[in-house]
Design a protein around this ligand. Structure first.
Ligand code: CA
Length: 204
């Protein structure tokens, strides 16, 4: 246990982090910062429900009987550290799915068009699902989509998304000076010669 704690402490000392740059990832300001899209009878709305309160509600809105119930998407482009940062951008979010009559809903999370997470849900009231993945730091485009797959009857489903975060975790060198002693000596010698040209001519 002590070893584990020391390891965690060391990792903490080795890594620096930059502030999250996702806008309104907690949805406390409605859907500000997010673009939305929907197909057929899908919809995106702000809901005071959340983990904690306030989230984006991706859902089928009361579709007419017999019509497909489509999909709903939220997207946001954000900077996660700088483009030249060497660290990892850790992206995380939470979601919860509710479906009626065993309708199957697929939740997909894409970063820059690449699928980072996909899972099907059919529970009438699911658990909060945490999603987390890493990518290089820099500019990114996040996309969260809920899509009806099969089953169910008439109206069907909702997927609440909340707590979207992104953090660029930068590595730090383990030691303050990694210069070999010989290299340090040579650099001191060069600096001495540059600051005293007379010493340079005497050295010749
Ligand atoms: Ca929230």
């Amino acid at each position: 246990m002590r070893h584990l704690l020391l390891t965690i402490l060391a990792l903490g000392l080795l890594a620096g982090s930059a502030a999250a740059q996702v806008t309104n990832g907690t949805f406390d300001s409605g859907l500000t910062g997010w673009a939305t899209a929907a197909t057929v009878n899908g919809s995106v709305a702000w809901d005071t429900f959340g983990f904690p309160a306030n989230s984006a509600r991706l859902a089928a809105t009361n579709p007419p009987l017999g019509l497909p119930v489509g999909s709903a998407t939220i997207t946001q482009s954000f900077g996660c550290g700088g483009s030249f940062d060497t660290g990892s951008c850790v992206v995380s979010l939470d979601y919860l799915v509710s479906s009626s009559f065993n309708a199957v809903v697929r939740v997909e999370v894409k970063l820059d068009g690449n699928e980072m997470w996909s899972s099907d849900h059919s529970a009438s009231w699911g658990d909060v699902v945490p999603v987390s993945f890493a990518a290089p730091c820099g500019l990114h485009h996040l996309e969260v989509t809920a899509t009806y797959q099969s089953g169910g009857f008439h109206a069907g489903w909702a997927c609440w998304v909340d707590n979207v975060r992104a953090e660029c975790v930068r590595p730090r060198p383990a030691h303050r000076s990694a210069l070999p002693r010989d290299m340090a000596y040579r650099m001191r010698l060069i600096l001495t010669i540059l600051s005293n040209p007379a010493a340079s001519s005497r050295a010749k």
